[in-house]
Write a new protein. Sequence first.
Length: 303
Amino acid sequence: MRYGINGSGRMLTHGVKGVLEDLSSAEADGFSSYWVAQVGLVDALTLLAAHGDTGSTMQLGTAVISTWERHPHMLAAQALTTQALVGDRLVVGIGVNHQPHVEQSLRLRWDKPVRHMVEYLAILSDLLESGATSQRGEVWSFDGQADKPSAETPKVMIAALGEQMLKVAGRRTDGTILWCVGPRTIRSHIAPIINEAASAADRPAPAIVCSIPVWVTDDPSPARQFLASVLANYATLPSYRAMMDIEGVEGLGELSIVGNEEFVTDALGQIAASGATDFTAVPMGGNPDEEARTLAVLRANLA
């Protein structure tokens, strides 16, 4: 299992410059990937492009960009430009977001999310691969072609949790990017469905990218209570709630990896054994010592 860093939380606490500094540190440490979400008014692809081409092969990924706010033609243009600027190592992670955000914030109608994603991928994938497409859909359509600013094709992954979306991920993309998912759910639900779909479509084995908070501490109870409180909203969203129910946990306070070095190392081993191909930690800590201990355990697993 490959190890990466999810810097999305750092964006909220340290801002854009803090994320870029953290990204450079992760690259120097030898992590296999670094991921940022589309958070608020910070654009994930612009942030990654600002890091530039350092000669590293560490993947740079978005986890994830919501499809509703951007036409796939616009996302393809942004992604290919970013790909050219960072040295052909981009992973474009996208997702359909959640019904409350789509209906309450965007004032759009939540309808046929799987159809929405299939049509989005058809246009996006064509443009990323060849620069040309001709697609007519119920939701998304585009006719056109143009020269690509990057000769290489970025990888595309989707935030797939439910059965139908996992099948789409296996048949049409490079993998799934997970949140609020633990080892039991990966082993019994995620991995069997996406791997079978990819095999049936004669595609390479897909990436299964697991991301949850990691916090090394000798006093786990208050740490778990803190995570349960600040991340409580995730447990109320139906797609995440379904995954937590499979895992048998109430929320991210229970699901997150919190404990001493031995406990955390064992938990990471369980995720690796579940079928995950990648683990992208959200490093946590209540003080600088715990933050350093958390990173030290993650670095130890790079060997």
